[in-house]
Design a protein. Structure first.
Ligand code: SF4
Length: 328
């Protein structure tokens, strides 16, 4: 069975962009692959953050992932910093990672442009990502389109390291693209992202979901209820395609084009369907939050399993790189 690796930032509560764009796909991969999933707290510290919030957010993300359907009996879930070999391999890979390629990464350029002083960790972020994947010799990586550039760099790093040290240790990981490639936020512009404040959390209450959907951006041509709209350019219509039945989606498009209803009616139907779809996750999350020791147990067993795998890879890396063997 091929091995899959993927990670998610500890941004706290899982939002529907994370769920539709990544986690739903992760759940579907359980039966086809040996899956390793990780909450990437070492990546999170490359950006300004509040240290007191990091551990609770990491645990909250783990709760969200388990509530969303990750099954710890069929996949491994752990916290990145609990397996120190991630950082060790990142250092080893940085010896072959081309500086020019790192400086050309779109995400680095975007993030660096917003910083007064650019931390080296921001530049090395894709090297750590390569280490995350290569540490487990993973062949497949479920990614969004915005991560394809980093995955291509991971392949380049694997090729260079294998060539430099004369082995074929690292496979060149291939992407598994999610069907829902880019979930747009409630502002109707940018990708749904916690940092942009345009999200709906999968564990939010029905009231909170409605409060967020009500003012969400729609087709600006629908200035009044009598103005017809174009559903294809409206993000509410895009969300209906994930939460409503095919018949409802068709009804939404027709009512929009003919000004048969107002945007609030359309959003109410979406809210009802979204609330119903997310209800089982909210229930599972409430149960997990009442028993945090279960979540810690899952993460502990996951880290233990991953330390074993990572230890075996690092022994081969150290030997290939000529580092002195450790004494027993
Ligand atoms: S009716 Fe629905 S699909 Fe049409 S613009 Fe309004 S919210 Fe969007």
């Amino acid at each position: 069975m091929q091995r899959v690796f993927s990670g998610i930032q500890p941004s706290g509560e899982l939002h529907i962009g994370n769920y539709l764009g990544a986690v739903r796909n992760w759940v579907a991969l359980h039966s086809e692959y040996e899956c390793i999933f990780c909450v990437v707290d070492l990546h999170a510290i490359t950006q300004p953050y509040e240290p007191k919030e990091l551990a609770p957010r990491t645990l909250e993300m783990a709760v969200g992932l388990l509530a969303a359907g990750l099954d710890p009996e069929r996949c491994t879930l752990f916290v990145q910093s609990h397996v120190p070999e991630h950082a060790e391999l990142a250092w080893a890979l940085s010896t072959v990672a081309p500086l020019g390629d790192l400086e050309r990464m779109t995400q680095f350029k975007d993030k660096a442009a917003r910083e007064e002083t650019v931390p080296a960790a921001l530049l090395n972020y894709p090297v750590l990502q390569a280490a995350d994947i290569l540490l487990y010799l993973a062949e497949k990586v479920p990614v969004g389109e915005d991560q394809l550039q980093h995955l291509e760099l991971a392949r380049e790093i694997a090729r260079r390291w294998n060539a430099r040290f004369g082995t074929a240790l690292f496979p060149e990981p291939q992407p598994v693209l999610s069907k829902a490639r880019r979930i747009v936020g409630l502002d109707g512009n940018a990708k749904m992202s916690k940092s942009l404040g345009n999200t709906i959390g999968v564990l939010e209450s029905p009231e909170a979901i409605w409060e967020k959907l009500r003012p969400a951006m729609t087709d600006p041509a629908r200035k009044t209820r009598r103005d017809p709209g174009t559903p294809e350019i409206c993000n509410i219509y895009a969300l209906h395609q994930h939460f409503s039945t095919p018949d409802e989606v068709e009804h939404v498009a027709q009512m929009c084009r003919t000004a048969g209803w107002g945007c609030l009616d359309c959003k109410r139907l979406l809210a009802d369907n979204m609330i119903a779809a997310l209800a089982p996750m909210r229930e599972r999350a409430a149960d997990l939050k009442a028993h945090p020791e279960r979540v810690r147990g899952v993460l502990g067993r996951g880290a233990e399993h991953c330390r074993r795998l990572a230890g075996a890879t690092m022994a081969r890396v150290r030997e290939a790189m000529g580092l002195a063997p450790r004494s027993a």
